[in-house]
Design a protein around this ligand. Structure first.
Ligand code: KG4
Ligand code: ZN
Length: 361
């Protein structure tokens, strides 16, 4: 089978995303895609309330699927499979996407491809987007492996050894908060809106990154793990001692100094992992990969060691269904499909176990 077409669904957190993605040999084409963000709703509560997210997903998912199928000019008969994020993520949110996929698979008599959310982020940086046509992606050949991936999002901070498109080993992870979560929590301390990452990086442009000497956590830990909750507490203690007026005056400096500490900690550990692994390429993806300082600092540090950095396209850093469809067509091509009776959402889902589990099927 040379041409594979999947409908992809992603509802693990606060974006409802649907796409139709097609694989033709080494080329993957996005036929249509939509992301409906709930950011405005969650901004009111300063974070995602899982039940609220689920209700929103449920409200929009039907119309979005119809809209994407129409935009792709795809009839159900043209689909080879339905790919869906099964985890990790917020259980009530994940369940909406998984159940929608399950119902469609039953009614349309299609196989299902369970997708690990983080495999989506990895693949979003692994595939190469055509500079002249943003709907076209090239699947690299095997000479791109081993790759090293830094996945940084609101829920995850992971260094992965990538030995094949869907085969990973965990080299390092966070011991507490994820990098994006730290941005979100510190933003709240600085009275900035949710999501915190974009707000902090914008404000940081007006600040002095050396104004506060926050700790670069875990640098002497000897492993490849991260930790961000201590840094957040340092910011908290600093903010607590400031009057409301002083906080206003210092917010940009605090944002810049905090961002610098997070970025340095991510860059130093990633470079350390790259020295150990000697990968063909380093991949950077996930919501925090949108951070300009992280992109430029990591690129500069790796360039000094002659290791290329491949960053996910900006539009694919946040959650989307294109990356889920990309994994979907690759996994389906590799025979990793199941049926509607055998798929379930899982809030916690190990990326290594999932890859092995899928390979056995
Ligand atoms: O991948 P993503 O959309 O959702 C998860 O799977 O978590 O990542 C969202 C996270 C949020 O924590 C947000 O604050 C962070 O990515 N983020 C950023 C930036 N843009 C988004 N963090 C730092 N700098 C940014 N420019
Ligand atoms: Zn994500």
């Amino acid at each position: 089978m040379d041409e594979i077409t999947v409908l992809a669904i992603e509802t693990s957190c606060d974006e409802t995303a649907v796409a139709v993605v097609q694989k033709n040999g080494p080329t993957i084409t996005v036929l249509a895609d939509i992301v409906a963000s709930q950011v405005d709703i969650h901004a009111a509560t300063g974070g995602v309330v899982p039940e609220v997210a689920a209700r929103e997903h449920l409200q929009v998912i039907g119309p979005l699927i119809k809209q994407v199928m129409t935009a792709a000019d795809a009839k159900p008969a043209a689909l080879d499979a339905i790919a869906v994020t099964v985890g990790p993520g917020l259980m009530p949110a994940l369940s909406v996407g998984v159940n929608a996929a399950r119902i469609l698979a039953y009614v349309w008599k299609k196989p299902l491809v369970p997708v690990h959310h983080l495999a989506g982020h990895v693949v979003s940086a692994l595939l190469r987007r055509d500079p002249n046509n943003i709907q076209l992606y090239q699947v690299p050949d095997q000479t791109t492996f081993p790759a090293l991936a830094l996945i940084v999002s609101g829920g995850h901070t992971l260094l992965l050894k990538v030995t094949d498109f869907l085969t990973y080993e965990i080299l390092g992870t966070t011991r507490d908060d994820a990098a994006g979560e730290a941005f979100d929590k510190v933003a709240r301390l600085l009275h900035l809106p949710y999501p915190g990452g974009p707000a902090i990086s914008k404000l940081a442009q007006e600040g002095d990154a050396s104004a506060y000497a926050f700790t670069r956590p875990m640098l002497r830990s000897g492993d490849l793990d991260f930790s961000f909750s201590g840094l957040k507490t340092e910011v908290l203690y600093t903010v607590r001692d400031l009057s409301e007026q002083a906080l206003q005056a210092e917010a940009a400096n605090l944002a810049a100094s905090f961002q610098q500490a997070v970025v340095e900690s991510l860059v130093i550990k990633t470079v350390r992992a790259a020295e150990q692994l000697v990968p063909k390429v380093v991949l950077l993806a996930g919501g925090v990969a949108a951070n300009e300082l992280l992109r430029t600092s990591l690129a500069a540090s790796l360039a000094a060691k002659n290791i290329p950095l491949q960053v996910a396209p900006l539009e694919l850093c946040g959650d989307n269904a294109i990356m889920i469809g990309q994994v979907g067509v690759l996994a389906f091509a590799g025979g990793r499909a199941t049926t509607w009776q055998h798929i379930d959402a899982a809030a916690r889902l190990d990326i290594v176990t999932m890859a092995n589990h899928q390979r056995r099927r």
